[in-house]
Design a protein around this ligand. Structure first.
Ligand SMILES: Nc1ncnc2c1ncn2[C@@H]1O[C@H](COP(=O)(O)OP(=O)(O)OP(=O)(O)O)[C@@H](O)[C@H]1O
Ligand SMILES: [Mg+2]
Length: 469
């Protein structure tokens, strides 16, 4: 480990040198100088806003500070965007362990080690084994076909985790669920490129009703209720939902649904009720559930899916007829709305749907500008590049940038000088990224054509230019 003084000297000559910043951050961390470490990692993020190393280290600092929910949120973003970045998975495993979620800890640990075997850590593995308490929930739920297949394949139950490893005392106290109050200052629509129609839709369906409740009620319209954002992956549903918090004059609570799903049977219903009550007490409030399709009973692709009682509980809480949801708006986001029980989409529940399409050329241009902002990029022609990356989602554009930046960075490390990212390099990386939205539209098209009760998915057909059958 290089010493702090010499790293500082080197940085005074080249203050935006990312590898140096990361090394200094690590050195501070090693010396247990947490505040300084945090500051340096933040500076690293100013140089490279998405940097997974700095973000993972900041998560570690948050965890050391007892803010594990925030840490989890951050690491989840990192693994979402960089699924091959093993240290983030390892950090995620440690955080799951803090939360006493042995099963998740183990899944993340294995993921990390499968990517980077050198990360193996016997001590951690032992602690994960001791905390493997969630298994009992899995067993008492109705197993999905996938879960049964997984079980046969030994996915959650291999011999490494024997029955004896689960002692009752290691089951954690699950009474605390993470609810994030997103501050207005954290995010806003400026960070979201394009999507003008979606922004306007959100204004009409969320802001105006929440901010003019009396007026709406005078016309017999509800201010609360449910709005569901849906669309292909990586096109900004999560981003714009969180940015909504920065625009609206109401409390914004973001809830990790997966944590609720991970609870003991019976406990999750109770928690869900408490969360809605919390929002009611804090009205006007937006209650945000990301990836709400986790509540779908027939989801085969997820390790957790909700039981019937939890779904019923959610429906009852959501129901504007039976529940006192005055001034509480429930915002959900999903890329698989068709997996949701159709009861969710009935009037008084998620009855306002907002389609979040892939970015059009102008939106891609804006996203490119947002991504290039503050980075060493030279000769960028956002318009030309936007045209080139047809069918790209925001996440695909981000992947293109990440690749180009990594290439420049390794050049920079060799030469010791900042090597800017060029248009040519971005275009080259674009060729290596496979646009991810097309596949989604293949299945979406079928749902929109053949399972389109009440015209829910008309926006998809409109987008595809397909006539209704
Ligand atoms: N309109 C946009 N403006 C700026 N960045 C964007 C935009 N859309 C997507 N991105 C980038 O892509 C990343 C992924 O977007 P996001 O997580 O919001 O997608 P999503 O629609 O929620 O996907 P999923 O269905 O997989 O959850 C964002 O973190 C952001 O970096
Ligand atoms: Mg999302």
């Amino acid at each position: 480990m290089a010493d702090i003084q010499s790293l500082k000297e080197a940085l005074s000559v080249s203050p935006n040198n990312l590898p140096l910043l990361l090394m200094l951050g690590d050195a501070y961390l090693e010396e247990l100088e947490f505040d300084q470490a945090r500051q340096i990692y933040e500076s690293a993020l100013e140089v490279d806003p998405g940097n997974p190393v700095a973000r993972t280290q900041i998560a570690q600092l948050l965890e050391l500070d007892g803010r594990s929910s925030e840490a989890i949120l951050r690491v989840d973003q990192v693994v979402g965007e960089h699924p091959d970045f093993a240290p983030a998975w390892m950090m995620r495993a440690k955080l799951a362990l803090t939360e006493n979620n042995g099963r998740e800890a183990r899944e993340c640990y294995e993921k990390a080690v499968s990517i980077e075997p050198a990360l193996q850590n016997e001590d951690l593995l032992k602690r994960i084994r001791q905390a493997g308490g969630r298994r009992k929930i899995e067993e008492s739920r109705e197993p999905t076909p996938q879960a049964t297949a997984d079980k046969q394949a030994g996915a959650y139950y291999d011999s490494e985790f024997e029955e004896d490893d689960f002692d009752d005392e290691s089951y954690g106290d699950e009474s605390e669920i993470e609810i994030e109050f997103i501050q207005r200052t954290d995010v806003n629509f400026k960070k979201v490129g394009g999507m003008d129609a979606v922004k306007e839709d959100i204004r009409m369906k969320i802001f105006y009703p929440m901010e003019n409740r009396e007026l709406f009620e005078a016309y017999g319209k509800k201010a609360g209720g449910g709005v569901l954002l849906y669309g292909p992956p990586g096109c900004g549903k999560t981003l714009i939902s969180r940015a909504t918090a920065g625009e609206i004059n109401a409390n914004f609570l973001s809830v990790g649904l997966h944590q609720i799903l991970d609870m003991w049977i019976g406990k999750s219903e109770e928690k869900l009720h408490e969360i809605f009550e919390l929002a009611r007490r804090n009205a006007p409030a937006v209650l945000f559930f990301d990836e709400v399709d986790a509540l779908a009973a027939d989801r085969k692709d997820m390790r957790t899916s909700a039981g019937r009682t939890l779904i019923n509980q959610f429906l009852a809480e959501l129901d504007s007829e039976s529940a006192e949801n005055e001034g509480v708006l429930v915002l959900g986001a999903t890329n698989a709305p068709w997996h949701l029980d159709s009861a969710f989409l009935r009037p008084g529940r998620f009855d306002r749907l907002v389609f979040v399409p892939p970015p059009d050329t102008e939106a891609r241009e804006e996203i490119i500008k947002i991504m290039a902002d503050g980075k060493p990029v030279s000769g960028l022609d956002p318009q030309a590049l936007a045209k080139r990356v047809k069918d790209f989602s925001g996440a695909d554009i981000k992947a293109m940038f990440d690749q180009a930046i990594e290439a420049s960075l390794s050049e920079a490390m060799k030469s010791g000088k900042v090597v800017p990212v060029t248009q040519k390099q971005l275009a080259k990386c674009a060729r290596a990224v496979k646009p991810s939205t097309k596949k989604w539209f293949e299945s979406a098209r079928n749902y929109a054509l053949y399972a389109n009760q009440s015209g829910f998915y008309d926006d998809i057909l409109k987008f595809l230019g397909v006539d209704k059958p």
